[in-house]
Design a protein around this ligand. Structure first.
Ligand SMILES: Cc1cc2nc3c(=O)[nH]c(=O)nc-3n(C[C@H](O)[C@H](O)[C@H](O)COP(=O)(O)OP(=O)(O)OC[C@H]3O[C@@H](n4cnc5c(N)ncnc54)[C@H](O)[C@@H]3O)c2cc1C
Length: 527
C-alpha cells in the first residue's frame, strides 16, 4: 500500500528541554542557580511543546517585513513580524531572559538566565538576539546615572510591549547595538558616523550602520566619532519630545539563517542621542556589552549542539536499517557518542563561565569568554552538520528543524568578534591581565589529572599567527577539567582520550575503540 508509512520516527514534540538534559540540570545546581529549577522546568516544558515548536517554524517561514513609508509617503521605519515571533518574545521576556540578573540580582542569577537562554536557543534562536542584547546593555547603561535612572527601571520590566511608541509610554523595552559600518566591523575605529555636540551630553548623529539587528528595539548603544574621538551613545527610536528619531531603515539583510530576526541597514540623519561614558572612550564603554553578548554566543552554541544531538538520537532510536535500530549500529553509536561528548563539554563550559559573571570574577571571565566564544562557535557548525546527517535525507528537509539549526550555527562565530578577532582577543586579554591566564590555568588544574596537566603545561601565549591554537587549547583544557571533575567518568575519559590525548580522527564518529560508548550514550539523557 503506497499510503502506508513505515520506519519513520514519531515527531519529537512535547518533551521537556530542561528535565531531559542531565548535564544542564547538574550545571544549574552546581553553579549556584538551583533555586531556578522550577522556572527552568516550566520553561523547558513550554519550549519543547508542539505549540512553541510551531512558533519557531512560523517565525522563520514568515520572516520580518520592512515598512519604510506609509501609503502617503511619510516615513514609518517599522518592521512587521509574524504573531509567532511575538509569542516567542513574550515567553522570553516574561521569563526575564533579557533582564534576570538586573531585575533579581541574587547569586546564581546569571547562571539561571544562561540556562533559560540555552533552552530558548534550542527552540528558536533568532529571537534570542534582541533578548541577549537587552541583557547585555544594562551594565553599560549603569555607567551614566541619568540614563540609568531613566532606562533601567524600564529594562527591569518583564512585560513584552512590541508597540512602536516612545519608551516612557511603554510597559517594557528592548535595547540593541549599532557598531558595524560598511567599511569595517572588526576595526571599529574606522567608524565614520559623526556625532555633533548639542551640549549637556546630547548629540546629533550623522552616518550609517551596515548591520543593526532587531531595529524595533527601543534604543541602541551606538558608536560615533565625537570631537574627542570614537564615543558610545544611547540612541532611542523616539526623541524626548516624542518625535520619531531620525533613524532611517534602509533595508533588511537577506541572511543565510537567523531569519526570524530582522537585521537592518540604517542611516542616521541627525538622530538625537546621549553620550555614555567619556568622549573618545567609545570602544572601551561598549565592550562591556560585547563581553556579555559573547557569553551568549557560547550559550546559544551549546543550545544548538544540544538540540542537534537530541534530534539525532531521537531519529536513531526510531529508524531501522538492515534489521536493527540505527542506535544499535556500532558506527552510528560512535558518531552519536562523539556528538554527545561535544554537547556536554559545551554546556559545562558555558555554564561555568556564566558563574564567573555572578561572582564578578573579571580576569577569569574576560579570558574564558574569549577562548570559549572562539571554540564553542566553531564546534557548533561542525557538530550540527554531523547531527543533520544522522537523520539521513530527512535531516536535509526543512521540516526536520536541522536545516534551521545548521544555518543558524555560523552566526555566533561571525558576530561579536569573528574567529580571528576573538582569538586575537585571547592574546590581548593575557597581555593586559597576565593574572587572567594564571587564574584559568589554576581552574584547569583543579582536575588533578595528568592528562590535563600535560596540556596545561604547554599553554603559553605566542605570536598572533598562533592565537587560534592558544584559544583552542585553553577552551579544550577547561572543558576537559570540568568533565573530569563533574561528568560521568565514561564521558570524561572519552573526551580526554580523543580531544586531549589525540586518539581521534578528523571527523565525528572516530572515538577510540576503548571508549565506553554505551555509558556515554546512556548518560546523554536525551528523550
Ligand atoms: C546576522 C548578523 C547580524 C549582525 N548584527 C549586528 C548588530 O546588531 N550590530 C552590529 O554592530 N553589528 C552586527 N553584525 C555585524 C558583525 O558584528 C560583523 O559582521 C562582525 O563584527 C565582522 O565585521 P565585518 O563584517 O566588517 O568583517 P571584517 O571586520 O571585515 O572581518 C572580515 C574577516 O577578517 C577577520 N579579521 C579582522 N581583523 C583581523 C585581523 N587583525 N587579523 C586577522 N583577521 C582579521 C575577521 O575575523 C573576519 O573573519 C551582524 C552580523 C551578522 C552576520
Amino acid at each position: 500500500m503506497d499510503d502506508e508509512v513505515l520506519n519513520q520516527p514519531p515527531p519529537l514534540t512535547d518533551f521537556n528541554l530542561f528535565a531531559t538534559d542531565r548535564a544542564l540540570r547538574e550545571c544549574v545546581a552546581r553553579e549556584g542557580a538551583g533555586w531556578a529549577c522550577a522556572q527552568l522546568g516550566e520553561y523547558g516544558r513550554i519550549a519543547g511543546s508542539a505549540e512553541a515548536i510551531e512558533w519557531g517554524v512560523l517565525a522563520n517561514e514568515h520572516p520580518p517585513v520592512l515598512q519604510t513609508h506609509d501609503r502617503y509617503g511619510h516615513r514609518r521605519d517599522e518592521v512587521e513580524f509574524h504573531p509567532a515571533w511575538h509569542q516567542l518574545m513574550r515567553l522570553a521576556v516574561e521569563n526575564g531572559i533579557h533582564n534576570l540578573p538586573w531585575a533579581n540580582p541574587r547569586p546564581g542569577a546569571h547562571v539561571a538566565r544562561a540556562a533559560l537562554a540555552m533552552l530558548a536557543s534550542q527552540n528558536e534562536a533568532g529571537h534570542v538576539c534582541p533578548i541577549s542584547m537587552t541583557y547585555s546593555a544594562a551594565p553599560v547603561l549603569r555607567r551614566d546615572d541619568a540614563i540609568a535612572a531613566e532606562w533601567l527601571p524600564r529594562l527591569r520590566s518583564t512585560r513584552y510591549d512590541p508597540s512602536f511608541r516612545p519608551a516612557p509610554r511603554k510597559e517594557g523595552v528592548l535595547i540593541g547595538m549599532a557598531m558595524t559600518e560598511k567599511q569595517g566591523g572588526s576595526d571599529l575605529r574606522s567608524n565614520t558616523t559623526r556625532a555633533e555636540p548639542l551640549g549637556d551630553r546630547q548629540y546629533l548623529l550623522h552616518g550609517h550602520k551596515w548591520f543593526c539587528s532587531a531595529p524595533m528595539c527601543d534604543a541602541f548603544l551606538t558608536l560615533a566619532q565625537a570631537p574627542g574621538g570614537l564615543s558610545c551613545f544611547l540612541l532611542p527610536r523616539w526623541t524626548p519630545d516624542e518625535k520619531c528619531n531620525a533613524f532611517h531603515l534602509q533595508r533588511l539583510k537577506p541572511k543565510l539563517g537567523n531569519r526570524s530576526n530582522a537585521s537592518s541597514e540604517v542611516e542616521f540623519h541627525g538622530a538625537w542621542a546621549r553620550l555614555i561614558g567619556e568622549e573618545g572612550r567609545g570602544v572601551a564603554t561598549i565592550l562591556e556589552m560585547v563581553h556579555h553578548t559573547r557569553l551568549d554566543c557560547m550559550i546559544a552554541s551549546a543550545g544548538l549542539m544540544r538540540r542537534a544531538l537530541v534530534e539525532a538520537v531521537h531519529h536513531a532510536r526510531h529508524r531501522h536499517a538492515f534489521g536493527r535500530a540505527l542506535i544499535d549500529r556500532p558506527l552510528m553509536r560512535n558518531v552519536l557518542a562523539d556528538l554527545a561528548l561535544e554537547s556536554e563539554a559545551a554546556t559545562l563550559l558555558a555554564m561555568r563561565v556564566a558563574r564567573a559573571f555572578d561572582e564578578d570574577d573579571r580576569p577569569f571571565a574576560r579570558l574564558a569568554v574569549a577562548a570559549g566564544k572562539y571554540w564553542l562557535t566553531r564546534r557548533a557548525t561542525a557538530h550540527v552538520a554531523e547531527a543533520l546527517e544522522c537523520l539521513g535525507g530527512n535531516g536535509y528537509v526543512e521540516e526536520s528543524m536541522m536545516p534551521r539549526l545548521y544555518r543558524e550555527a555560523p552566526v555566533n562565530a561571525v558576530w561579536e568578534g569573528s574567529g580571528n578577532v576573538i582569538a586575537l582577543d585571547v592574546l590581548r586579554a593575557i597581555a593586559k591581565e597576565p593574572e587572567a591566564l594564571q587564574r584559568l590555568l589554576s581552574e584547569i588544574r583543579l582536575a588533578h589529572d595528568p592528562r590535563i596537566e600535560k596540556v596545561a603545561a604547554g599553554i603559553h601565549a605566542d605570536g598572533p599567527e598562533m592565537a587560534r591554537r592558544l584559544a583552542e587549547r585553553l577552551a579544550l583544557a577547561l572543558q576537559a577539567s570540568l568533565l573530569v571533575r563533574f561528568s560521568p567518568p565514561a564521558i570524561a575519559d572519552a573526551f580526554c582520550a580523543s580531544r586531549i590525548e589525540g586518539d581521534w580522527g578528523r571527523a565525528f564518529g572516530t572515538l577510540p575503540a576503548a571508549a565506553d560508548i554505551g555509558s556515554v550514550l546512556a548518560a546523554c539523557g536525551s528523550v
